[in-house]
Design a protein around this ligand. Structure first.
Ligand code: AMP
Length: 116
């Protein structure tokens, strides 16, 4: 069996984290090194390493994650303005190879760039 990812260890309770949301398919935690005043990670329970590793059998799960992002943003009070980021691959800074969506809020991003 392949080694558990950091996020699987968190949802199993083996590593502490502040879990702010959970349902049957995914959960959300506060990022330990926030890049914005509100920085949450939405994580599927299924440990898909990268977005490109998802397959057609994950279609419903990917849709579920998008809807969960909206619910979690509302719960966090940032639904009027937030950014969603998925890093795919070490070349753009992915460090945890278990798919996750960053929710970044309460931060002014410039209107015309993706600069963080
Ligand atoms: P990425 O760089 O897209 O792979 O994002 C991984 C994120 O996980 C980074 O923003 C880290 O700060 C965050 N992170 C790493 N370890 C933990 C942890 N134990 N609890 C919460 N967030 C973490």
């Amino acid at each position: 069996m392949s080694e558990e990812t950091l996020f699987t260890k968190i949802i199993n309770g083996d590593i502490p984290a502040e879990i702010v949301y959970e349902d049957e398919h995914c959960f959300a935690i506060r990022d330990i090194a926030p890049k914005a005043p509100t920085h949450l990670l939405v994580i599927p329970r299924k440990p898909i390493p990268r977005l490109v590793d998802a397959s057609s059998e994950d279609k419903a799960l990917l849709g579920h994650l998008m809807l969960a992002v909206g619910d979690i943003a509302k719960q966090a009070g940032v639904d009027e303005a937030f950014r969603v980021v998925i890093n795919n691959g070490a070349g753009v800074g992915q460090t945890v190879f278990h798919l996750h969506l960053h929710i970044l809020g309460n931060k002014a991003f410039s209107e015309d760039s993706l600069g963080f």
